[in-house]
Write a protein that binds this ligand. Structure first.
Ligand code: FAD
Ligand code: SF4
Ligand code: SF4
Ligand code: SF4
Length: 374
């Protein structure tokens, strides 16, 4: 077993290994681990060259910046910020482009999937502050491209990078692949989320749950809301829900605390993030929710121009202001690095106590950082 603090579980190595001798363990409490069957490995190094954290990568300098939002209010209502990702899926469905986004399965796992219909598009909307699984996506995208189809992939920056590296090493022409990266401050190891849902919603793993899990419900932003057949079965704010407390305290996987994508140059053709500028300072104050968007390539600009014809309203905004407004476009999230300690407190005093102490320590750290900046 190879312990790799910089593994974010993107599964690109698993997908490329010609001997199929890699397994990524995503069930750990501190980090993702890469398990190699050494006897079968031929030392071809493909798994290192594909890895977003060890391969050389070419990031792009943003060409233009915008603040934007979807023209359809129904799209904005279910989206996290301006509904730009959802508008892109809508455009894909209208133009026979394979759009890839994330959906929860019946066991609370969040998987990348081809978005084929309105129902899936509605479920993909909204930021889900959990690990997303790329299983099967590298080969799906490769097949679509080889069959002459256009593909739009929206995902976390390390996942976009693993996908692009995979295509490059497989000699797949990526002219028809458009990538969109989401500015990302990190993910908590998935085991904490599944255990939390089992605890609070009372559902056991493998129950084929068919509801919806929202992290940015308009009535409960950054809290956790779970619905089942349109009935709200769990709804707690960011101050009360123990998973969101853990997330917002910064208990991220080790890889996220040294993320090389938390910077101004970007991997995707387009970058989307929440708009941090108060909306009432903008010229158009008709909606509160907006996204900030960086256009990083001519391919990205082409798609952007198509969306501007009827799907979204945009306003050009300085690239340097978008970067200055978000620390995750400058440096990675600070590490809490309390994994061993957290496990011990959890064992002796219970999960709730461990979360409370962690939040307390995180708030001390945040106050120190604020004081330093002043
Ligand atoms: C884990 C995470 C951390 C983020 N951190 C920041 C941040 O620090 N600063 C910031 O400005 N913005 C951050 N964002 C991005 C932001 O919250 C919005 O997702 C983005 O602005 C898109 O909004 P939208 O309204 O256009 O998308 P919507 O129309 O709401 O669609 C959501 C899109 O996000 C994708 N998505 C949701 N959850 C995940 C996930 N876990 N993995 C992969 N794809 C996912 C969906 O497939 C869909 O494409 C983060 C997003 C995620 C998922
Ligand atoms: S070096 Fe090659 S064969 Fe060995 S695990 Fe990596 S990709 Fe597989
Ligand atoms: S980050 Fe991705 S490519 Fe790198 S070791 Fe982890 S799963 Fe493999
Ligand atoms: S913070 Fe970086 S390493 Fe972690 S999930 Fe986001 S892009 Fe990947």
């Amino acid at each position: 077993m190879e312990k790799n603090n910089a593994c974010s579980g993107c599964r690109a190595c698993e997908a490329i290994c010609p001997k199929e001798c890699i397994k990524i363990n995503v069930l750990g409490r501190k980090e993702f681990t890469k398990i190699i069957k050494k006897k079968e490995c031929t030392n071809c190094h493909l798994c290192e060259w594909v890895c977003p954290h060890t391969a050389h990568i070419d990031l792009k300098e943003p060409l233009k910046g915008f603040n934007a939002y979807a023209l359809k209010s129904s799209v904005i209502r279910r989206s996290s910020s301006g509904g730009i990702a959802s508008s892109m899926y809508e455009y894909c469905m209208e133009n026979s482009i394979t759009g890839i986004g994330v959906l929860f399965d019946g066991n609370f796992n969040l998987n990348y999937t081809a978005i084929k219909n309105e129902r899936q598009m509605r479920k993909a909307a909204g930021s889900k502050y959990v690990y997303s699984d790329m299983s099967g996506i590298h080969s799906l995208v490769a097949n679509e491209l080889c069959n002459g189809k256009k593909v739009l992939f929206i995902g976390l920056p390390c996942h976009v990078t693993g996908l692009l590296n995979y295509c490059k090493l497989k000699n797949i022409d990526t002219e028809n692949l458009i990538t969109v990266d989401l500015v990302c401050h990190g993910v908590v190891m998935p085991i904490y989320f599944t255990e939390h849902l089992c605890r609070v919603v009372g559902l056991r793993m493998n129950t084929n749950f068919e509801g919806n899990i929202l992290f940015r419900a308009k009535s409960n932003p950054y809290g956790l809301t779970v619905t089942n057949k349109s009935t709200v079965i769990y709804d707690k704010s960011r101050y009360k829900d123990e998973y969101m407390k853990l997330y917002l305290a910064g208990m991220y996987a080790k890889s996220c605390c040294q993320c090389k994508f938390a910077q101004q140059n970007r991997i995707g053709d387009i970058t989307i993030k929440d708009c941090n500028t108060p909306w009432d300072k903008r010229k158009d104050n008709s909606v509160a929710n907006q996204s900030s968007v960086l256009i990083n390539s001519l391919k990205g600009m082409e798609l952007w121009d198509c969306l501007r014809e009827g799907k979204i309203k945009t306003e050009e905004y300085w690239v340097k202001d978008i970067i200055n407004e978000d620390e995750r476009l400058q440096f990675p999230s600070p590490t809490l690095n309390k994994y061993d300690w957290f496990g011990k407190i959890e064992k002796y005093f219970g999960h709730s106590m461990a979360v409370s102490i962690l939040c307390y320590l995180s708030s001390i750290g945040q106050n120190r950082r604020k004081t330093k900046r002043r």
